[in-house]
Write a protein that binds this ligand. Structure first.
Ligand code: ADP
Length: 377
């Protein structure tokens, strides 16, 4: 069975085509800068890459072109569109309603649109992408895999904020958590590495990419996670500030003479590694500058690592210990110096009982597997 995985961002669509039987990705790519004049598709087949500059005014055109590339005589891997047997979509927000992946029907599609109120930047592109694929691949089943679903097992004590309870009832204000598919994937992969069932392990999974979040996974279930109502809470990220005193929103708004919305924008786009260093949101740039003695780059790194360490400590307390801490995503998988420093600091407060592992995350693969499980029934 061939399963196409679609991940719609605000101006891009990532795609990957899996053959379930062979357990491999046949092709993958990204349609970038949708809606912009410089839009293009970067397509990978085997180890070759092909870049097609093409005007993609909207998601519909982008997916139409992706379908064409997948069946192209030179760059394609399929004879016809009919060889795509199901489609799995990454959807960021499923509210409290979706606790696992589901087959998309009219109701589900409407609810994805409804939860745009909780994820205004993320759910609308997913909704548009699903509408487009339903049109272009009309006769196959489509599945939604939610970023929030894995965290729906959190107990109330972990997901409630200390705000008036009526705000939870009225506006659904609570911790939701994100990156759920990645945390679930690496927890499972860690269990395989440790040769123990995930139901017998306490794991702390650290997704450190452009966005960063940490999850306490107790016996296979998320019991706490650092991102909250939105993906702004928790760790220091590429351009996001993570935890700050909430009183700062009105303070900065008054001092800088900007609206609350603009402060939120500043916290989302101009803060984090970029804001602290004044150099870049990219860890590679910071490592290079820090090596050359740049003080602000070093500061950004120190704050980043200290925050990760603090959360690891918090989740050790939440679960009364952990068998392993897992690092994943761009920074977690590649930055040896961060792993080394965390290992050193963790040895000081943990001893050697808790293992520190780097595991490559493959959210798309898990989306394909979820899709397969649901459509084979
Ligand atoms: P996203 O959250 O957008 O999927 P990634 O998981 O690709 O992001 O992570 C992006 C971050 O990982 C960037 O800060 C980037 O600098 C860092 N990164 C990726 N590869 C490397 C590498 N080889 N060495 C150091 N940092 C890396």
């Amino acid at each position: 069975m061939n399963i196409l995985v679609i991940n719609c961002g605000s101006s891009s669509i990532k795609y990957q085509l899996f053959c379930i039987e062979k357990k491999i990705a046949l092709a993958s790519g990204i349609a970038e800068k949708i809606g912009d004049e410089s839009s293009r598709i970067i397509h990978h087949k085997s180890n070759k890459t092909f870049t097609k500059s093409i005007n993609l005014p909207d998601y519909f055109k982008a997916i139409e072109n992706i379908a064409e590339l997948l069946t192209d005589s030179e760059w394609g891997v399929l004879e016809s569109k009919k060889n795509v047997h199901a489609i799995g979509h990454r959807v960021v927000h499923g509210g409290e309603e979706f606790k696992s992946s589901v087959i998309i029907n009219k109701y589900v599609l409407n609810r994805i649109k409804f939860y745009s109120k909780l994820a205004p930047l993320h759910n609308p592109p997913a909704y548009n992408g699903i509408k487009a694929t339903m049109h272009i691949f009309p006769h196959i089943k489509q599945v939604a895999v939610f970023d929030t679903a894995f965290h729906q097992t959190m107990p109330e004590e972990a997901f409630m904020y200390g705000l008036p309870y009526r705000l939870y009832k009225k506006y659904c204000i609570r911790r939701y958590g994100f990156h759920g598919t990645s945390h679930r994937y690496v927890a499972q992969a860690a269990a395989e590495m440790l040769k123990k069932p995930v139901q017998k392990l306490k794991l702390i999974t650290c997704h450190l990419g452009n966005g960063c979040s940490i999850t306490a996974v107790k016996y296979g279930k998320s019991v706490d996670t650092s991102m909250g109502f939105t993906p702004l809470e928790g760790l220091i990220m590429g351009t996001r500030c993570g935890d700050v005193d909430p009183a700062l929103v009105s303070f900065i708004s008054e001092k800088e003479k900007i609206s609350a919305e603009e402060v939120t924008n500043l916290m989302n786009r101009k803060s984090g590694l970029l804001g602290l260093s004044g150099i870049s949101n990219d860890m590679r740039d910071l490592l290079e500058k820090a090596n050359k003695g740049d003080k602000r780059a070093k500061l950004a790194l120190d704050v980043f690592i200290y925050r990760v360490k603090k959360y690891i400590g918090a989740y050790l307390a939440a679960m009364n210990g952990a068998d392993a801490v897992i690092l994943t995503a761009g920074i977690g998988e590649n930055v040896g110096i961060i792993k080394k420093r965390l290992a050193k600091e963790m040895n000081a407060f943990l001893g050697r009982r808790t293992k520190l592992l780097s595991i490559h995350t493959e959210e798309e693969r898990l989306i394909a597997l979820d899709t397969f499980e649901l459509v084979k029934k």
